[in-house]
Design a protein around this ligand. Structure first.
Ligand code: NAP
Length: 264
């Protein structure tokens, strides 16, 4: 991580869960971290704790990533106050415990806005920031196994799988475009299996008792496992670009269950 010390990272969806752990890990590694989400009070609490615990430099900024103008303002502030953004962690994500066949259009829209469109807008702004400064950059998309194996996710989560397949596609397109434009920016997709966060708790709490039981005992990852993977990808020598990381709980593989998130 030495080459990133003192540089600026931006983490979307940093208020809780995986994003909060990534913010902590980046700050501990010596980066300045802009932490964005809608719940400013959670971001401020996180920043206070990290800055006190590890002498970190976390900058909380309120931003609803469904509002393009708010994203653009964050990048403008980053340029003015910190010189620009070098590393972008596209982490903000939402799911909803609804089926597609009976769910609402508003839910489809919310998931696609946050999981797909915001990722494109933030990535474009990161590329423009790095290009302007002739600097180096890295975009890490927090994808999901749902973006690779939709057949195995047999629970109601609306268009979440579709949104994560879009992340898989966009990661590849971004990498091609960046190579064509001869820019020094790496692009990585990190695809976790189930992680114990509010997102999963919310989905499970909306299931009927029977369905909940079949998922409750499944092995899960911890948010810190994903933060470790982010640091691993950023720590590679400049010549190495990690394109895709798929992370599953070890026990899920050990049981040789090819569809760990299918209802039995
Ligand atoms: N948990 C899992 O099993 C799992 C597995 C694979 C991949 N992932 C992916 O990991 C990422 C993080 O998920 P998580 O499990 O940590 O979820 P989480 O605990 O529910 O956290 C989601 C984060 O996204 C933010 N967010 C949601 N809507 C937003 C909006 N409109 N504007 C700005 N921020 C918004 C939330 O902040 P505010 O509410 O404060 O805005 C929160 O910080 C997501 O991309 C998810 O798809 C999760």
């Amino acid at each position: 991580m030495d080459h990133w010390a003192g540089k600026v990272a931006l983490v979307t969806g940093a208020s809780v869960g995986i994003g909060a752990q990534i913010t902590k890990a980046l700050a501990k590694s010596g980066m300045k971290v802009i932490a964005i989400a809608r719940r400013l009070e959670k971001l401020e609490e996180l920043a206070t704790n990290i800055n006190r615990e590890c002498n970190g430099k976390v900058y909380p900024m309120k931003c609803d990533v469904r509002q393009e103008e708010e994203i653009l303002q964050v990048f403008q502030r980053a340029e003015k106050e910190l010189g620009g953004v070098d590393v972008l962690i596209n982490n903000a994500g939402v799911a909803s415990p609804e089926t597609i066949i009976e769910g609402s259009t508003e839910t489809y829209r919310k998931i696609l806005d946050v999981n797909v469109l915001a990722l494109a807008i933030c990535s474009r702004q990161l590329v423009q920031s790095v290009k302007k400064r002739k600097a180096s950059g890295h975009i890490i998309n927090i994808n999901s196994v749902a973006g690779h194996y939709a057949e195995s996710i047999n629970m109601p989560i609306s268009v979440y799988c579709a949104s994560k397949y879009a992340v898989t596609g966009m990661t590849a397109s971004l990498r091609n475009e960046i190579v064509n434009a001869k820019l020094d920016i790496k692009v990585t997709s990190i695809s976790p299996g189930m992680v114990k966060t509010d997102m999963v708790t919310d989905i499970l709490s909306n299931m009927d008792k029977e369905a909940r039981k079949s998922f409750a005992d499944l092995p899960v990852l911890h948010d810190v496992d994903i933060a470790d993977a982010v640091i691993y990808c950023l720590s590679m020598p400049l010549r190495v670009q990690i394109c895709e990381v798929i992370i599953m709980p070890h026990e899920a593989l050990a049981t040789k269950n090819p569809r760990p998130y299918a209802r039995s």
